[in-house]
Write a protein that binds this ligand. Sequence first.
Ligand code: GDP
Length: 197
Amino acid sequence: MQIKTAKFVISNTDPLKCPQSSKPEYAFVGRSNVGKSSLINMLTNQKKLAKTSGRPGKTQLINHFIINEYWYLVDLPGYGYAQVSRTQRRKWQDFVRSYIQHRENLTCVMVLVDVRLEPQQPDTDFIEWLGVNGVPFAIIFTKADKISKNQLAKNVAHYKKELLKTWEELPTTFITSSETKEGSKEVLSYIDQINEQ
Ligand code: GDP
């Protein structure tokens, strides 16, 4: 898929205010600073569609973008940032979880994971919650350029092994880097494939 147009539609904290739609929708989520904004900008080939930020935990809104006038890309607030208060964390849980549980056109949740790190509890908890709720998801490993190919292969294999402790089957995974654009085509083809089904 080539992204010809990517336009901002609306930001809000109220799942009921998301655009009324039957268009397929893909939500991107992960711990703050995982590289979500950079990935969205890479996928859409735009420099500033999603705001990259040196201040993790800043974006606390559900952001809808319409892609090629056909599907929605949703930038969800990052989770698990230590400096965000307990109240704010609970608020995240409430509105993001409510959005994920009730959004009928939500096709797949893309869970972003920093490939340099050991599996992190907030990610594994969230992935498990998606499973319990029967929400389709894929895992996108980010920042692949930051480690050697050898280390990358080791980390991905380790992550998958950890997942297999709780999952019978592995989800679809992607290895990406916003620096080198690695994985961009693969993620977009995956979305394309689902959209065409
Ligand atoms: P977000 O908080 O998840 O939206 O993360 P950002 O996209 O703002 O990225 C957080 C930091 O990681 C920024 O300094 C980015 O430049 C950096 N970053 C994000 N993706 C990559 C990547 O693929 N490679 C490298 N080397 N740095 C990245």
